[in-house]
Ligand binder design. Sequence first.
Ligand code: SF4
Length: 435
Amino acid sequence: MKILLVNPPNCGRSIPEERYGLNTLKQIFRGEPLGLEVLASYLPTHEVKILDLKAAPEQLPDAISNFSPDIVGFTAMTCEANTVITLAGQIKQITNAKTVVGGIHASNDPEFFNKPMFDYVVIGLGQRSLPELVQAIENEQTDQVKTGKIHGIAATNPNKNLIWTKRKFSTHEYVTAPVPSYNLTTEYRDSYFLPKLNVHMGYVVTAYGCPFNCSFCSIAGLTGGKYLCHGIDNVVRDLQALPQIPFIRLVDANTFGSIDHACQLCQAIKNAGIRKNYLIDVRADTVVHHPEVIEQWQQIGLRSVVIGFEEISDKRLTSMNKQGSSTLNEEALAILNQLGVTVVGDFIVDPDYDENDFDQLENYIYSHKIDLPMLTIMTPLPGTALYTETYDKITEFNLDYYTLTNAVTATTLTEERFYSRYADLMQSCHNKAKI
Ligand code: SF4
């Protein structure tokens, strides 16, 4: 079958831009669509193309008319959900292709896509489910989906609730995997570029999911809360599949979630003689309890870590179920500073912030050596515990605004003052950036 996998364009709307003319707060996502490259690799007997609309926003009509796909599959983050609905609607008007949607939003809020422009929704990681669905479509046995026989897939039925069977994600299923189809994004690779560092960046995964359950985080929806390590040999092979790329983002939600795996992988990369720089996501407790692992990785090229400090107040950290503390964050930062690892520090600004909260966060950022402070706004993403907890406070349900740079719950300060403080803080962080 001919399958077109589509990465949606950069989209999402900005309240501070639309209402207050603050146009510096929009999120721009750069980087290859690794999820689609992985899915393509699981469809070796089919003709698959990837269309990256973030790199080439205008190419959808040509791709449809030139390729004539039998199936068009979309991935979507929450802020992209409305956009893929529009795109799928356009596709339905010009082709008979089956349309499928998956990714993080579909996994957490599948009912949102129970609409006529979609035929199927993939819920959770799609490596096993999507090939089974494609096979069923090819064999004209899609009744299997309607009866829930293909786990992790729902057939849409806009007048009723979706019916589907949860897929169980087993560790052993993700140890071995084909090499991601990096070749399908060759034409876009020049745009996977970090201007600040002046380097090309590639994506590799070492593990899926996360065993933690922070209330604001939607990662658990992909793996049912499991942490699924990719085989050591497979990760080494994937790094070697990007020979010209000097900078690798390990796109795990929680790199080093298994210390044994992290140590073995480090040794295997060293043994293979691979020399690259790495950017990883790591928890503060991992840094504090296993500084030796950070040090070992630094010797093979670890350059930067993204670390979710999230908050400077223990009360707020506890309410997020972060299972960390401000002291732990301080210790982790001291270790990383001492090692000379670049720190990208994530902080979450609560719409509840008053002037004093903003002052304290600003002081904290200025008094600590954080090379690139990143500020998002606390957003109750559908499917998360936070969404249920704060549902009554949500003032904006249009998912276009769920970019993590909009307050979709009521602000304590006036809205204009909130965004003014947020914009000033973002600007200070940008000026402070040393990455
Ligand atoms: S540790 Fe990170 S990836 Fe894991 S649940 Fe918390 S925010 Fe999500």
